[in-house]
Design a protein around this ligand. Structure first.
Ligand SMILES: C=CC1=C(C)c2cc3[nH]c(cc4nc(cc5[nH]c(cc1n2)c(C)c5CCC(=O)O)C(CCC(=O)O)=C4C)c(C)c3C=C
Ligand code: FE2
Ligand code: FE2
Length: 313
């Protein structure tokens, strides 16, 4: 293979391919000190075990409704294949944080491919310690000192080509924007993590303003443009407003949702948004409820990736 090639490594969370993998996902997630911010490993692992035993069966029911697997793996594989087809000078790989393929095995593959320079692209547009930091730290932790020259992106929500992908998907979903309330739905985060300095909420607010202005500039005036947080887990206070509460504002009105924290569709889009929140919206009396697709493996997003990584090309 060409010695000049660099590795482009797409980092994401992973997702369950079956019930055993859901257990693996939850166990690895709740043992992650960036998610459960308890310093003592032994105590964290006990709490993780307790949460997983309580959560597994209930959470699995959600996956049963979307074909017994998260769509995140097949979609990420398609994205990797398309990057390998369309991005010159790089070999693209994926590394997941909580389910295979894990960093250790992919690092061996990159070494076997004779590659010495690695660019990490966490598939999280906005930075969070719970996602971006956790994934980058994990990869670097497994890459022995001096194995590769490693560079990484912390966030890419300001990239204009990426934002074109988002607004184009929103526009494809509405005939007349003035009839729709647009909700950017972000995965939630415990308030405690934000209070400790995580920039996720601040970046999310800035991203929504950028997208709102972009849509306005293109002549799309929505009835309202909003930011809400989905997927709260456990009893602690999480970021607000919650999507549950936000939807109650839109009885007899049309709503279009864009899942702003995700790049690839997953159980939180296909089950939580498209099934669970849709049912909630029907109960509230929302007259139309549309859920946009993530950018996934679209040609347009692969062009955005090229633009994001252009400094390394
Ligand atoms: C308990 C704490 C959690 C934090 C903090 C959190 C942050 C966070 N997560 C995502 C993206 C995804 N999360 C997904 C599933 C998921 N997330 C949590 C918990 C936290 N997430 C749980 C327990 C689960 C599993 C499902 C469930 O039991 O509810 C997924 C889906 C993976 C899949 O199977 O498809 C994604 C994607 C982000 C972006 C984020 C912080 C910014
Ligand atoms: Fe999550
Ligand atoms: Fe969830």
């Amino acid at each position: 293979m060409n010695e000049q090639k660099k590795a482009l490594v797409l980092l994401n969370m992973g997702g369950a391919r079956n019930k055993d993998e859901l257990k693996m996902f939850l166990t690895n997630m709740f043992n992650d000190e960036n998610i459960l911010t308890i310093n003592i490993d032994f105590i964290r692992s006990l709490i993780a075990k307790f949460i997983v035993s309580r959560r597994l069966d209930e959470a699995w029911k959600n996956y049963e409704e979307i074909g017994n697997a998260s769509p995140i793996n097949p979609l990420t594989e398609k994205l990797v294949a398309k990057c390998n087809e369309k991005i010159e000078g790089f070999k693209t790989y994926q590394v997941m944080r909580y389910t295979p393929p894990f960093a250790a095995e992919v690092i061996e593959q990159i070494k076997a491919d004779g590659i010495t320079e690695v660019v990490l692209l966490p598939l999280y547009p906005q930075y969070s310690t719970t996602t971006t930091k956790s994934s980058v730290q994990d990869f670097i932790g497994w890459a022995p000192y001096d194995t590769f020259k490693i560079s990484y992106f912390e966030e890419f929500y300001k990239n204009d080509k990426f934002n074109d992908c988002i607004v184009n998907e929103i526009i494809r979903n509405v005939d007349d924007s003035t009839q729709y309330n647009l909700i950017f739905s972000a995965h939630g985060l415990p308030q405690k993590i934000v209070d400790k300095g995580d920039p996720y909420e601040e970046q999310m607010k800035e991203h929504v303003i950028m997208l709102r202005e972009k849509l306005k500039f293109m002549g799309y005036n929505f009835k309202s443009v909003n930011l809400a947080y989905q997927s709260k887990v456990g009893p602690m206070k999480w970021l607000e407003p919650s999507l549950d509460n936000m939807l109650t504002n839109f009885k007899d009105q049309k709503v279009v949702i864009y899942p702003i924290a995700f790049i690839v569709d997953n159980s939180e889009t296909d089950f939580e948004l498209d099934i669970e929140y849709r049912e909630m919206a029907e109960e509230i009396g929302v007259s139309e409820f549309k859920v946009c697709k993530c950018v996934n493996d679209s040609d347009e997003f692969v062009e955005a990736i090229k633009d994001i990584i252009k400094a390394y090309m």
